[in-house]
Design a protein around this ligand. Structure first.
Ligand code: GYE
Length: 350
């Protein structure tokens, strides 16, 4: 078990961001590095989901800091504002502009066959990042890099089940709700699947689901809806940071206390990402009990895929990022599920 203050963890995140953006060489080998002319640059069209969360903003920054002229790239960045139709339009414009690579962070999994076939016919490699696509023919994309969302969900639930065991809480007394992310996105599908599996396995009382679209404002609405229907809810599983912050606001306004002591009447909050300082502070002060880490620093990973493609190599089709978990207590040191063991990092008051 490691024990780090919220500040220390933010510092480490910043250092890794700097390393990824500056220290590590992201240049394709065949690109001249000084005085790059427009013709020398590798052109990358990136269709981003939107700017719905802290995670997404850090992810955008990670991509922008790597795909710079200095590193030998010209980045065409398109923000889809959480709409698949905008992403399809962006991909078509990338094809028209004859970019060298298309990078897609898809909002939802389905509906990509047609436009990715167009990219394939144009001979442009497509790299999928973060969420996945569900296509009939997986030669429609070159490779994918991102997180195992179902595993993230199961790890957080495993942490909860260990915690309830430690405190002698009967599974039937766990009245849990799921504030889901954007329906149909891999992050939602995986985290909900992990939740459903574990809730069923442990016999928790699932009081309901509400969609929070990965935003703070929808997280508020979802929490209000859950409370209206089930005032006895005592655990809220939020599928990202932003939703958790919205849920806490609503619970506190309703006179509830957020914390791990559910036998004493508190409402336990767990969530995913661990990106915003505000969320880390909530762990340090006990309002959020556990976070499943989700790493947004994909810029250098995509750059390394492009480098290997430029060198004529074949990158691995699916590249998973290993992630840990954070919590406010040192009582649980490790969590293990499906043969995957993770160390719990404790976030303490600075
Ligand atoms: O957890 C959430 C974001 O797809 C992993 O999307 C990503 C999720 C992330 O909006 O905060």
């Amino acid at each position: 078990m490691r024990s780090l203050s919220a500040k220390a963890i933010c510092f480490i995140m910043m250092i890794s961001l700097c390393c990824f953006s500056a220290g590590c060489d992201s240049r394709p080998d065949n690109v001249k590095t000084e005085n790059n002319t427009e013709e020398d640059l590798v052109v990358v069209g990136f269709s981003q989901v939107g700017s719905e969360s802290y995670w997404r903003n850090v992810n955008t920054e990670s991509m922008k800091s790597v795909f710079t002229k200095e590193n030998g790239y010209r980045l065409i960045f398109e923000d889809a504002q959480q709409k698949q139709t905008n992403q399809i339009t962006a991909i078509r414009s990338f094809i028209q502009r004859e970019v060298d690579y298309i990078v897609l962070a898809p909002v939802t999994e389905t509906g990509w066959d047609t436009v990715l076939t167009e990219a394939k016919e144009a001979g442009i490699p497509v790299i999928i990042v973060d969420r996945k696509v569900d296509v009939s023919d997986d030669s429609l994309f070159t490779c994918w890099v991102g997180s195992d969302f179902e595993l993230e969900g199961m790890l957080v639930c495993m942490w909860m089940s260990k915690f309830f065991d430690l405190k002698g809480i009967d599974p039937g007394d766990v009245h849990i709700a799921d504030i889901q992310g954007t329906l149909g996105s891999s992050a939602q599908l995986g985290r909900t699947k992990g939740f459903d599996y574990m809730a069923d396995l442990h016999g928790w009382d699932v009081v309901g689901y509400a969609e929070g679209e990965f935003t703070r404002s929808k997280g508020r609405e979802a929490m209000s809806e859950i409370l209206r229907k089930n005032d006895d809810v005592n655990v809220v599983y939020c599928e990202n940071d932003s939703e958790a912050l919205g849920a806490i606001e609503v619970l506190e306004a309703a006179g509830k206390k957020c914390g791990s002591d559910i036998a004493g009447g508190e409402v336990m909050i767990v969530c995913f990402d661990g990106i915003s300082e505000e969320v880390r502070a909530c762990v340090a002060n006990g309002k959020i009990s556990c976070i499943g880490e989700c790493n947004p620093l994909h810029g250098p990973r995509v750059a390394s895929i492009i480098r290997s493609l430029e060198a004529g190599d074949e990158p691995e089709k699916y590249q998973y990022v290993t992630e840990g978990i954070f919590s406010d207590t040192s009582e649980i040191e490790k969590v293990m599920i499906s043969g995957q063991e993770r160390t719990v990092t404790v976030i303490r008051q600075p």
